[in-house]
Structures are given as structure tokens and as C-alpha cells.
Ligand binder design. Structure first.
Ligand code: COA
Length: 175
């Protein structure tokens, strides 16, 4: 597994009310690549409601049938948001074939600096704390960056998604 500086300056933290402008800008930027930075942001009527929605989801409150609890965290370096982590606490039928437990995204100007690998390293510690024994990650065959990030953190290729042959499944055992 790739060695990463233990004293990384990257910190994961929950979304705060003051993040609205930065999150909306990040969401616009990644939407242009077809990547959702902030699930549920568009449908929230006010940012405070969005923050409350994230808190509730983390606690497993107000979930639609089949939805699982999720921790959404921002990745910050030197006070600047560089990306985000979504950690699903369990799998459902959809996540088993597309999405997995962990998703991450990095803003364009912060890429190729090891941030995604560091997010995943820290996410695996959080996943262990949630008693997840085996983490599933999925990525598109064509997403070389994502593949390399997952493989750098010990991801073991587990075949292609049964519903999408262009999607790779990776497992990381934590137990
Ligand atoms: C894929 C993504 C997360 C990579 O983030 P990143 O912070 O640049 O990744 P890292 O710097 O940790 O790179 C890890 C490795 O992947 C390589 N890499 C990263 N992006 C790459 C790319 N586009 N092409 C080839 N290699 C790439 C890095 O060089 C590094 O290689 P190394 O281990 O040999 O040093 C980022 O490009 C992104 O957010 N893309 C859009 C959203 C997305 O695809 N998310 C993943 C789906 S869950």
C-alpha cells in the first residue's frame, strides 16, 4: 500500500453554514464533469436546511426507503476546500453495483497532489470506526485517476459491476 505522510495537512470536516459559497462553486465546477459534489444541495430550499439534511443523514434520520446513513465531509488544506468525501455506512442494492461505500472528488486546481489518496486513507479509518468490515469502491474503467487512488490504498479488483460492465468494483478488507 502506498505510504502517505501521517502528518498530512488535509483535514476532513463536516459542512458548516459559512461554506455555502465555496460548496456551490465546487458543485458548479464538478457538475461540468458530470460529477455531483454535493448531493441534495440543489433541492434544499436554504443552505441551513442542507446542513441540517446532512446531519440527519449521518444519523440515519429521514432516509427514504432503501437509503443508508451517510457521512459527508469536506476536505480542507490550509483553510481551503480541496474536495469532499461521501462515506455510506452500509450498502444497498444500488450501491453494491454503483457507488460503493466511499466516493470522493477533488477540485480541478488541487488535483495530482495526493489529496484523493489521503481522503481515502482517512475514510478507511472512519469506515473501520463504523465497524464496516469490507469497503466497496466503484469506478469507471476509464477513470485512471480514481483507479490509481483506490489501488494505492489497497483496493483489490473484484470484477465488473453486474449492471455496468464499464464499472470496476474494488474491495478493501478492514476487519
Ligand atoms: C480521480 C480524482 C479523485 C483523483 O484525485 P487526485 O487528488 O488528483 O488523486 P491523487 O493525487 O491522490 O493521485 C493518485 C494517483 O493517481 C494518479 N492520477 C490522478 N489523476 C490521474 C489522471 N487523471 N490520470 C492518470 N493518473 C492520475 C496520480 O498521478 C497518482 O499516481 P501515483 O500513485 O503513481 O503517484 C480526481 O481527478 C477527481 O476528483 N475527478 C473527478 C471526480 C471523480 O472521478 N471521483 C472518483 C469517483 S469515486
Amino acid at each position: 500500500m502506498k505510504k502517505i505522510d501521517q502528518a498530512s495537512p488535509l483535514h476532513l470536516r463536516p459542512v458548516a453554514l459559512g461554506d455555502e459559497a465555496a460548496i456551490r462553486a465546487a458543485a458548479r465546477e464538478l457538475a461540468a464533469e458530470g460529477f455531483t459534489f454535493a448531493f441534495g444541495l440543489d433541492t434544499a430550499s436554504a443552505f441551513a436546511g442542507y446542513v441540517a439534511h446532512l446531519d440527519a443523514r449521518r444519523l440515519g434520520q429521514g432516509l427514504a426507503p432503501g437509503e443508508v446513513p451517510e457521512t459527508f465531509l469536506l476536505a480542507e488544506v490550509d483553510g481551503e476546500i480541496v474536495g469532499r468525501l461521501s462515506l455510506r455506512h452500509a450498502l444497498n442494492d444500488q450501491l453494491r453495483t454503483n457507488g460503493g461505500h466511499i466516493g470522493f472528488g477533488i477540485l480541478r486546481s488541487h488535483r495530482r497532489r495526493g489529496h484523493a489518496s489521503e481522503i481515502l486513507r482517512q475514510a478507511l479509518i472512519l469506515a473501520r470506526d463504523l465497524d464496516i468490515e469490507r469497503v466497496l469502491l466503484t469506478c469507471n474503467e476509464s477513470n485512471t485517476g480514481s483507479r490509481r487512488v483506490i489501488e494505492s490504498q489497497g483496493g483489490v479488483f473484484g470484477g465488473h459491476s453486474p449492471t455496468d460492465p464499464a464499472k470496476r468494483l474494488y474491495w478493501i478488507a478492514l476487519a
